[in-house]
Design a protein around this ligand. Structure first.
Ligand code: TYM
Length: 332
């Protein structure tokens, strides 16, 4: 809560091409809060460098992620859309929060364990303290709700613990945020291994459907999706692949699982997979078209980045100032 306004905050890393997991688990839901909340959605480029990035690609993806936010329905006049590195308070508060975060807490983060196993040649301190930067993002804006996929829930819970610890020592500093997750899209699984999360950094591009994939590519990927030896389209334990496809179809069409089971009663997996691909493309085609229009106008994007950074800075400055004062930092 900031000046009586409820706040929604979330972020996406520009660390790869965005997937339908990012869309269904997060971005699609961001616009749901625009009416009731003051919304901040950030392109978190500082988080992205915890893993090595090619600079030109990071730059390109930063523009693309911002354009995608807008193409997914986030109006820059109603939401504050900005880039993390444009608001220096994020890194400054992150340092302070590092001093209120325990080594043991950071060691228990599953994303740290996964990423340090995957990038064993580069287990840097930033990867370890990634969650305190994320806590800084959230707490700077006195956030009430954080719409995320389930993989980020643990980080938001740690953010709550850090905020509560800080508030215990320095009362009334931070709002305690609540993670909120879409019911059916909060965990979209890989098409090649439906026990694993669909991830933009997966090397197997057939396991991942990107928001910007063309229609044929989408359908081809869904056709190749790993399923089981049953032939009946129904949601059940042990049918991870089909369950995942049903969830995706449900998210894109708004149909319930029961309706989908009825629709495909007596039809095989082949037909169902094509229907999922078509529904996915039909829902994303308007997003793709808008994305291309917005991306073509770089100066418009840059103007929006600047406006977003100015708006965000105003809020960030206020919280950081309050924190510094409470800590005893001298103001000059
Ligand atoms: P990132 O960039 O990995 O993912 C962006 C959002 O997409 C969600 N997501 C998924 N949801 C469902 N199924 C999937 N397969 C899937 N893959 C990704 C993520 O849960 C996330 O909501 N640390 C964050 C970025 C971040 C942030 C923040 C988020 C930085 N600061 C402050 C919220 C608030 C991340 O790496 O997201």
């Amino acid at each position: 809560m900031f000046n009586g306004q409820l706040i929604s905050y979330s972020g996406v890393q520009p660390s790869g091409n965005l997937t339908i997991g990012n869309y269904l688990g997060a971005i699609k839901n961001f616009s749901l809060y625009s009416e009731k909340y003051k919304c901040f959605y950030c392109v978190v480029d500082e988080h992205a460098i915890t893993v090595r990035q090619v600079p030109a690609e990071l730059r390109r993806r930063t523009y693309e992620t911002l354009a995608l936010y807008m193409a997914c329905g986030l109006d820059p006049d109603k939401n504050t859309l900005y880039v993390q590195s444009h608001v220096h308070e994020h890194a400054e508060l992150a340092w302070i929060l590092n001093c209120f975060t325990m080594f043991g807490e950071l060691s228990r983060m599953t994303q740290f364990k996964d990423k340090s196993a995957k990038h064993s040649e580069n287990v840097n301190a930033g990867l370890f303290t990634y969650p305190t930067l994320m806590a800084s993002d959230i707490l700077l804006y006195q956030t009430d709700v954080v719409p995320v996929g389930i993989d980020q829930k643990q980080h938001v819970e740690l953010c709550r613990d850090i905020a509560e610890r800080f508030n215990q020592i320095f009362p009334d500093t931070f709002t305690i945020p609540e993670p909120i997750m879409a019911k059916s899209g909060m965990k979209i699984m890989s098409l090649a291994d439906p026990t694993k999360k669909m991830s933009k950094s997966d090397e197997n591009t057939n396991a991942v459907v990107y928001i910007l994939d063309d229609k044929d590519t989408m359908i081809r990927k869904f056709k190749r999706a790993v399923t089981d030896s049953d032939t009946c389209v129904r949601f059940a334990e042990g049918k991870d692949g089909i369950n995942n496809l049903m969830s995706i179809y449900s998210c894109f069409t708004g149909k319930t699982i029961e309706e989908i089971e009825r629709e495909f009663d007596g039809h095989g997996y082949g037909e169902f997979k094509i229907a999922v691909g078509e529904a996915c493309y039909d829902a994303l085609a308007p997003v793709q078209q808008k994305f291309n229009e917005i991306l073509a106008d770089k100066s418009y994007l840059e103007a929006q980045m600047k406006k977003g950074a100015e708006e965000a800075s105003w809020y960030a400055r206020r919280t950081l100032g309050k924190v510094q004062k409470k800590l005893g930092f001298v103001k000059i």
